[in-house]
Design a protein around this ligand. Structure first.
Ligand code: MCN
Ligand code: CUN
Length: 800
């Protein structure tokens, strides 16, 4: 190296730092079938547990006879609600301050509810044991939608609760009613829309499961479980079951997807713990597919009455929203505690609207607990879908171009920080630019011409836009907590003497690639090659306390902690460098991978040399070692922006629609790993497409769940999934240490409206303002042939 060289810094992309599309290291084991999922865990002496579920949606339990189950050789234990009640364990608290039955005692309240469980030598015997249990039910009238739930003579589902005179589970209000009323009074035009976002299910490929191992001699309880938030579970077990926290260890092994399904605590987990304590043997519970689809993880199921107050020139003056959400039998939403309907009031955050008012009501029905959130920050998916459908309807009512209407109303770049209509603070974005990139990529003007031409020949082409910003990264401790525990996150970094490192965080990857991307942040901050950093998550005995992974909070919060802990390590390494270079700390500068003497760039030491010195040659008085941790409490949520544009062709003879092209422009700030980000977007869009096109879970009038298997609940394969054209815009997050915003859920949140808007645009009729998802061919055909809206959960007229 010559003395004239102005930098000896490492090449960040070569060492797998920020911006490198590094291949996912975890895929090495995943694609070879070498992952360690819950069902791969086998402990000596392990017993197996199976749940008996209710066939009825609403019924009083008259009697349970378990004697025949006990008579089966190999059956070790049978547990019922009555037995749980004697230990005061029949009910458990939910994340939303409600209670949920662990095993039913008085009544069953949804089809698939857990009534009893059998613990046996193998899973088949446990299932035989369940089949042998005799239960006498007295059927009760069943409620499957909010209209029925709110009817004057409706039976009260939650008669277990005091002060529960009806089926309302909450009411909530946010915004400025008077200002909104004034805006509507001043409007030239009011655009209204009624919608239903149907129930959907995250359906990760791996269902839920747990293995509890209570050891009486050490009093230690170890639980392997499919959870996205192991530390919260440990806290819940300690605080609620009153077991000593230091003796509880929760291990979340490799997860075969989560998508929100693995946030709540389900009865199966609780029962396996209790069964292990009672039998003093490890007890494994593995949920089957139907159990997963009918009893856990439901999302959405929200009805909207929306209104926009409009000025002739296209300016939105005010927004009114009322939502009715169907929560099923227990209010078990995953959500930050203060917001009764998740973050529904993030609606219209990307738009500059002076006045807004939202009223929300939740109801109990005889369905499995809903609102668990599926790839959304709590209720953000519904909020953005409603918003983007209302925006399209309003533009149509005004006779204004979709894109132009958005351009008039989107928040401008110089308006940040911006107070959203419902009170959040957004801090950065280039919304108009994203829209322009999208319109340019899809060839908007050309497409409009083609559409015109095609229409003359009887072909229905359509284009749908969805632009949105969503709040990701719950959250700052001032505003966000879960059951009172403040939301923040953590990272711990140990740099070994040879410069290799171990990083642990309080987050928990379910497939997002943390093992790959966290190492890239360390590489960026310290110049330690990413391949020299091993990442571990999910074991409460080793990982620092954290709130887990959901709401795409890992990058915004734990990822920030990774950067901060790396900086702490760098600060200590600087002292070591000064010592090695025999200069004062002030004379030492940093470039990627090395410290050097400011006056002589060639004279430097690598981060690895500093690491060795921390164990072998530290200055007098310095604490040995090179380890640290950081707890990060973010100042704000992060607000990524997305513009999704779909073009479709609808066949008027059959109602079948095909996606012609799909352009996605995402701005998630600085991208740690562009390839991982693109993978997140493609996966999210595929889920959005599934919800818009084919997927639904519904209930017949008796509360039977339709969609309890993959023959009825359809997962898109590569075969029917459209190709995605991805574009990026980068607006760094001003308050995040590496400028990153979350991305994990944007496409699922923003995607659905683009498809629905496109199909409605193709139909192009003032009489067809809405078709509720999924846009099944018969529903689309019905809308075209009858020239009317098709609303409600399919099958349309059942259960009403
Ligand atoms: N990333 C990046 N640059 C950014 C933002 C993110 O490189 N500016 C990378 C991250 O490092 C991480 C991934 O993208 O590897 C997603 O990051 P983030 O947006 O922080 O989301 P989380 O890691 O918190 O993941 C949670 C989010 C949620 S809530 C659901 S639901 C969901 C999703 O991620 N579930 C998933 N994506 C999923 N992907 C898979 N494969 N499996 C799931 O269960
Ligand atoms: Cu909303 S599903 Mo993700 O937050 O686990």
């Amino acid at each position: 190296m010559t003395a004239t060289q102005d930098s000896y810094a490492l090449d960040e992309i070569k060492i797998g730092g920020m911006g490198a599309s590094r291949k996912r290291v975890e895929d090495n084991r995943f694609i070879r079938g070498k992952g360690n999922y819950i069902d791969d865990v086998v402990l000596p002496g392990m017993l197996h547990m199976e749940m008996l579920r209710s066939p009825l949606a609403h019924a009083r339990i008259k009697s349970i006879d378990t004697s025949a189950a006990y008579a089966i050789p190999g059956v070790r234990l049978v547990l019922t609600g009555e037995m749980m009640a004697t230990r005061n364990l029949a009910w458990m608290p939910t994340l939303s301050y409600d209670t949920q039955a662990v095993l039913a005692t008085d009544k069953v309240r949804f089809q698939g509810q857990e009534v009893a469980c059998v613990i046996a030598d193998d899973p088949y015997l446990a299932k035989d044991g369940c089949d042998a249990i005799r239960i006498e039910y007295e059927p009760l009238p069943v409620i499957v939608n909010p209209t029925q739930a709110l009817a004057a003579d409706a039976p009260i589902i939650r008669d277990d609760k005091e002060n529960q005179p009806d089926n309302t589970c909450f009411t909530w209000e946010v915004g400025d009613k008077e200002a909104t009323d004034r805006a509507f009074a001043a409007a030239d035009l009011v655009s209204t829309l009624k919608l239903h976002y149907p129930r959907s299910h995250p359906s990760p490929l791996e269902c839920c499961g747990s293995i509890a191992d209570f050891n009486r001699s050490t009093s230690r309880l170890t639980v392997y479980m499919t959870t996205q938030a192991p530390h919260i579970v440990r806290a819940a077990v300690a605080l609620i079951a009153e077991l000593p926290e230091h003796l509880i260890r929760i291990i979340s092994p490799d997860l075969g997807g989560g998508f929100g399904n693995k946030v709540p605590v389900y009865p199966g987990y609780v029962m396996s713990i209790l069964a292990s304590i009672l039998t003093e043997r490890p007890v494994k519970w593995i949920e089957d597919r139907t159990g997963n689809l009918i009893s856990t993880g439901f999302a959405r199921d929200v009805y909207l009455d929306g209104e926009l107050a409009l000025r002739k020139d296209g300016k939105i003056l005010g927004v009114r929203m009322h939502t009715d959400s169907d929560h099923g039998a227990f209010f078990a939403d995953a959500q930050p505690s203060k917001f009764k309907i998740g973050l529904m009031h993030s609606a219209f955050a990307a738009y500059d609207i002076p006045a807004a008012h939202l009223t929300a009501r939740g109801v109990y029905t005889n369905k499995a607990p809903g609102g668990v959130a599926y790839r959304c920050s709590f209720r953000v998916t519904e909020a953005m879908f409603f918003q983007e459908r209302m925006v399209q309807a309003a533009a149509d009512d005004l006779g204004m171009d979709q894109a132009e209407f958005r351009r008039v109303n989107l928040v401008r770049d110089d308006d940040f920080p911006h107070r959203t209509p419902f009170g959040f603070l957004t801090d950065s974005g280039q919304y108009a630019k994203c829209l322009d990139v999208g319109l340019e990529a899809i060839g908007y003007a050309d497409f409009r011409r083609q559409q015109e031409e095609a229409r003359k020949r009887g072909r229905l082409l359509g284009i749908g836009i969805s632009t949105m910003t969503e709040p990701l990264g719950a959250g700052n401790s001032r505003e966000y907590d879960i059951l009172g525990i403040k939301m923040f996150d953590s990272a711990e970094l140990r740099v070994h003497m040879t410069g290799k490192a171990l990083l642990r965080t309080g987050a928990k990857s379910q497939g997002q690639g943390h093992e790959t991307t966290w190492a890239q942040i360390v590489a960026h901050e310290l110049g330690i090659p990413a391949e020299d950093v091993v990442v571990e998550e999910g074991d409460t005995d080793t990982a620092p306390f954290g709130m887990g992974t959901y709401a795409s909070r890992s990058t915004p919060v734990a990822g920030a902690a990774v950067a901060m802990v790396s900086r702490k390590i760098r600060a200590k390494a600087r002292k070591l460098a000064a010592h090695l270079l025999e200069v004062s700390e002030e004379d030492v500068d940093w470039e990627l991978g090395r410290f050097y003497v400011r006056s002589n760039r060639a004279q430097g030491v690598s981060i690895q040399q500093c690491a060795m010195a921390a164990y072998s040659n530290m200055p007098d008085g310095m604490e040995p070692g090179l380890e640290g941790n950081a707890y990060y409490d973010p100042p704000n949520l992060t607000w990524p922006f997305a513009c999704y544009i779909a073009t479709v062709e609808v066949d008027p003879q059959t109602g079948v629609w095909d996606v012609l092209r799909f352009v996605a422009v995402d701005d998630c700030g600085v991208r740690i790993n562009p390839m991982v980000v693109e993978g997140q977007i493609m996966g999210g869009l595929t889920e959005a497409y599934a919800m818009a096109n084919m997927q639904f879970i519904t209930f017949d009038a008796d509360g039977n769940c339709i969609g309890s298997n993959f023959m009825d609940y359809l997962l898109p394969t590569a075969w029917e999934t459209p190709g995605w054209e991805l574009h990026e815009v980068v607006t760094p997050c001003p308050h995040h240490p590496i400028g990153a915003k979350g991305i994990g859920e944007c496409a699922t949140v923003g995607g659905p409206a683009a498809f629905v808007n496109a199909v409605l645009d193709a139909i192009g009729s003032a009489q067809v303002r809405n078709i509720d998802m999924p846009l099944l061919p018969d529903r689309v055909y019905d809308a075209i042939a009858q020239q009317h809206d098709v609303s409600g959960a399919p099958p349309v007229n059942q259960g009403d």
